[in-house]
Design a protein around this ligand. Sequence first.
Ligand code: IVH
Length: 718
Amino acid sequence: MIAKSKTKTLTDVAKLTNAQAKVELMRLALEIEAHNERYYQKDAPTVSDAAYDALRQRLEAIEAKYPDLVTTDSPSQKVGAAPARGFAKVQHAVAMLSLGNAFGDDDVTEFVDRIRRFLKLDADHIPALVAEPKIDGLSLSLRYENGDLVRAATRGDGFTGEDVTANVRTIKDIPHTLKGRHIPAACEMRGEVYMLKKDFLELNKKQAEADDTVFANPRNSAAGSLRQKDVSITASRPLKFFAYTWGEMSERPADTQHGMLEWMDKAGFVVNPRTKLCKDVDDVLKFYSKIGEERDTLGYDIDGVVYKVDRLDWQDRLGFVSRSPRWAIAHKFAAEQATTILNGIDIQVGRTGALTPVARLEPVTVGGVVVSNATLHNEDYIKGIGNDGNPIRDGVDLRVGDTVVVQRAGDVIPQVVSVITEKRPKNAKPYKFPDTCPVCGSHAVREEDEAVRRCTGALICPAQATERLKHFVSRLAFDIDGLGDKQIQEFYEDDLVKSSVDIFTLQKRDARSTSKLMQREGYGETSVRNLFAAIDARRKIELHRLIYGLGIRHVGEGNAKLLARHYGSIENFREAMLAAAKGTKDEENTTEAYQDLNNIGGIGEIVADAVVEFFAEPRNVKALGELLREIEVKPAEQPRKSSPVSDKTVVFTGSLTKFTRDEAKAVAERLGAKVAGSVSKKTDYVVAGEDAGSKLTKARELGVAVLTEDEWLTLIGE
Ligand code: IVH
């Protein structure tokens, strides 16, 4: 699956209002958390490190401007992600924190200046720094007690990791017992588990032959290999380890970083041989460019250089700020780039119906890896106007035949970052993003403020089918006992259930079939009987459960209930939606049915459009019709009838001061009134606020009762 990314022009942080900042921080936090989970728990990141860093930087910049908006659960206050299920949890005696980033030489100079200011060092005191290659693997904490390895844990969220002791004991670079004389009673050694690039390629080859998981890069491969429930699998994987720091240490065997590394080497660890003690900024920058040139020959992936203050007493004084030490920084390498030809653009349809464009490239080597595909994120990205976490493009659109710059940043999915316009073929045409789904042919629509175009064939698109079916049987929808995600997947693959109606015809078909359900592995006579009974029990279903079960975008449980209550019966709902769907072809949907839908309190335009788009696809309607032949839909519970405004049609107009328009609608509807958007002969009351205009005039012309806000409140008894 390729990352979905929203495209929006970002407002300058300095210009954000407090409210905008709050909303954006929430959005960034959600996005960062999702990436964290994919990276740390699933070993399957979907954005480049650079794109991820950009999100974090923006979050931190906004938090720096509005410190009062920093929440305790902000990603800036956390490291990594909480441990995944399946491994026991381990509390780290000393938190495993992260490093701040430097992207340019200036950031490094600023880092050293900050240290000198903090320590109040005079002009001739220049802190020596240890430069260490930044290994692109996963960090590990190894606890030794009286010299024996007792526990190994992953970083997890920095405070709690996963217990991978048994797995770690299979790694040759990690000693089970420490060597030498100066062994602290309690000692937590930390470093990076990684895999050599050649080992990674070889492993992937074997995995592919065995039709097993193929890893995206050496880092994922190392993480996936370490976190195996079956330790013998870890043992068979060529994992390696570099030690570079420590957590709890009952006594320190040295008083400098380089002294500690020497001790680690003597104790039996592998310390990176490229590590260098540098005397000043010039020295570290030289080291950085040298190692940058040698990067491809190292045999393992590094994504930068870490600089650490050598003197440990200074490290202690410098301490930490939020999630990273003041005494260390990671100087990242720029993304690796190459030029190639864009041979084509394919559209992939994800499980939620998102249409994602993928660049088919003339194969090219970027940082030692052959790249022939790259994500194009979405429609705007092709037009050159998308950014938001993606590399910022320059307004030039992408055309098939273009010469493009491709980038990989220690990264899974390469990206197309720019077009070399001078090389554009004369006949190259702007790319036209499809407005139909390439998988099922349904209309594909894009919502306002959304970068993603989605297939509307919710019920019929094979690309979405299993997810939709899983949703259909889920707890808030049909909630069928014994029919969960696993069964749906299996039944789908075996052509037993391809659409929702198939669930209800399963028994009939099974009776006729020669290969019976009860002969399937894991099934018996009783379980099949129970399954059929559970399905039958759901043949009579509440309207809101059916509406929710259709899987219409934006129609969650709450909206499904609002719709059910408003329309009352499936017949009404279906008829009204079909009438509203007639207006989807026009620039603006002016059908009365659409206006009515849009006027339901709590149902906004986005939801209304999504529902109507669903009904505008004839095959969805057909699928629903088939389903309705198999089930009976109970009418929705109606609001209480006794209110003075039940069944009355009300129009609110002008600026209301006692309540908002949405509140007014919600209350009126709760009392059984219908709220309309325009005044007609059918209108019973017009509630007019200040500056009411044409609707008020029309009400007077038609002789409709006009109420003030207070009169309305009196009428409804509030
Ligand atoms: S020191 C408190 N040294 O980079 C700081 N980290 O971005 C402890 N890493 O979580 C980290 N090589 O997984 C340190 N020579 C090195 C490193 C290194 C790779 C990783 C480590 C850390 C991450 C921070």
